[in-house]
Design a protein around this ligand. Structure first.
Ligand SMILES: [Zn+2]
Length: 537
């Protein structure tokens, strides 16, 4: 075994931190093995093909999420991982499967319309035909104005969205300058974000709750929003509530921009527009175990009670097959542990892969794992609090640490699309950044070289960071994630680049293996401060 030491940015290593970067070891023999297996015998595209083309979209609560869970458990076991298990994160809510959606304009002329229902909205109970109207429904005055006038109609909910000529490519990779800027922070640069106006937010949430019962009572057949995409791309996520017992309203669809605009222009010209629509959905059986996490281990040796975790989220939205969001992250994490098993890597700490459910509904899977095993606050007894998004709830008491809190060295997450890894967000953890700089060195030639102190959000590492356990998300190439695939009907296998996925799996395996075998846990930041009480609502 050949070891090298790399000296990185000594300015970052203060005297109060343990000796870090200068002593950090990179096991190049291990790197060689990972790169050989990951380059020459990769199975990552097979994994992605099963998750996307075969299993398809994996909406939280749906039978296909469970199918993906059962399949990944079996696959991880076949690769030699131990204790593979599918764990329920009940209670979740309704199951929902889209069976059919067809919409066509039948007057003033015929046109097949491309429109996809929002998740958890109901079907139309057969083919329905109705007049199309544009109704702005944004406040109580609007509701009063349209009262009694919407029966049997298809309601357009948005104004027209002008499209723009594309003069730049959809997909991009980071330039060296952009990565430099990502690493080097200008502390005076970015203006502070104004705080969320909680009172205004609460008002808007209260109004939103009135809409579904109003539309049902008025006898609306279906509602249609315009997609923010174009060129055949429809961005569509949830619409109805996935919680049992809440009103779903009528069918709610999202239509391709150009077609929506045509319908809208005809209405503006006072033409009578009629549409035929049929949506069939299946709310499925009542199954309390309908949302899940999947775990599997490579057991450790002399430090087996300590854990290194890696993962992505298994759930997706329903219009595509969740290829970049987030079959990519799942397949990379699965390939990373497959690589380590294939080269017979013997970790000192236990390596645990976690494939989360319910990420898209608010990091439900990772939060469930943290609450049950790592750290939790007392449950609120106020039913009104349970209705609110977590950032609006009043703290119920101090964070109580559970057995795993001190045992998890780090969690590494991948959930920013199908691009390769260009580095890692160190989440303001200077000690971790210094370590990561050394581990990235043998992957500079594959484009992974930037460890930034910046934080990033919106995915499952946040659940760990929030309770003081090191959790990290890698920096990934932007590709066409936000322009084309994120939560859209174009989130398909074709949008995945094989070379990017192979590289990501090798970098992830390298981080996990080095975290498993270093003498100490990854150094931690101070515990996060106890949250202040939210402003009055
Ligand atoms: Zn995601």
């Amino acid at each position: 075994m050949r070891l090298i030491s790399l000296l990185v940015c000594s300015l970052l290593v203060s005297s109060t931190l343990p000796a870090l970067a200068a002593d950090e070891k990179v096991d190049l023999a291990l790197v060689n093995k990972i790169r050989d297996e990951g380059t020459n015998r990769s199975k990552i595209m097979e994994t992605l093909s099963v998750l996307t083309d075969e299993i398809g979209p994996r909406l939280t609560g749906s039978p296909s999420l469970k199918k993906a869970g059962d399949w990944s458990k079996a696959q991880l076991t076949e690769w030699g991982l131990q204790n593979a298990q599918v764990v329920s994160i009940a209670p979740f809510g309704r199951s929902w499967v889209l069976e059919k959606a067809a919409m066509r304009m039948v007057a003033p002329s015929n046109l097949e319309l491309v429109a996809i229902p929002k998740a958890w909205t109901p079907g139309t109970d057969g083919v329905k035909r109705g007049k199309v109207v544009y109704a702005k429904l944004e406040n109580d005055d609007d509701l009063a104005k349209w009262k009694g006038k919407l029966k049997g109609t298809i309601v357009l909910r948005d104004a027209m969205t002008p499209t723009k000529l594309h003069t730049t490519p959809d997909a991009k990779r980071y330039t060296d300058q952009e990565l430099h800027d990502l690493e080097h922070m200008d502390l005076g640069g970015a203006p502070a974000r104004p705080p969320t106006d909680m009172a205004e937010l609460a008002k808007r949430m209260a109004f939103a709750k009135k809409i579904n019962p109003y539309l049902t009572e008025e006898g609306v057949i279906a509602t249609v929003n315009v997609s923010r995409g174009d060129d055949g791309t429809i961005f569509v996520a949830g619409g109805g509530s996935y919680k049992q017992g809440e009103p779903t309203g009528p069918s709610a669809l999202v239509m391709s921009t150009e077609q929506y605009n045509r319908v809208f222009r005809l209405i503006e010209k006072k033409k009578d527009v009629e549409v035929e629509v049929e949506v069939a959905v299946n709310f499925g059986d009542e199954d309390p175990a309908n949302s899940i996490n999947v775990f599997a281990d490579i057991p450790g040796t002399d430090k087996k009670d300590e854990i290194v975790m890696l993962g992505g989220h298994l759930d997706s939205w329903h219009a595509g097959t969740g290829a970049t969001d987030n079959a990519a992250g799942v397949a990379v994490a699965m390939e990373a542990v497959r690589l380590l098993k294939a080269i017979n890597f013997k970790p000192r700490r236990t390596i645990r892969i976690a494939l989360w459910g319910g990420e898209e509904q608010g990091l439900l899977g990772s939060r469930d794992f943290i609450n049950k095993n790592v750290a939790a606050r007392p449950e609120s007894t106020d039913p009104k609090e349970k209705d609110l998004p977590s950032f609006m709830r009043r703290p119920t008491g101090p964070l109580m640490l559970k057995p795993l809190h001190g045992k998890i060295s780090a969690y590494y997450n991948l959930d920013n699309g199908g691009g390769k890894i260009r580095g890692i967000y160190a989440e303001n953890n200077a000690a971790a950044k210094a370590i990561f700089d050394t581990w990235l060195a043998p992957f500079h030639d594959l484009g992974a070289k930037t460890a930034t102190l910046r934080k990033t959000g919106s995915t499952d590492h946040v659940s760990f960071d929030a309770v003081g356990v090191p959790g990290f998300q890698f920096i990934q190439e932007p590709m066409d994630y936000f322009t084309r695939t994120h939560h859209s009907n174009m989130d398909l296998f074709d949008k995945i680049q094989k070379g990017d996925m192979m590289q990501a799996a090798m970098v992830m395996a390298n981080f996990v293996a080095h975290t498993a075998n270093r003498d100490e846990l990854i150094p931690r930041k101070p515990m996060p401060p106890e949250p202040a009480r939210p402003a009055a609502r």
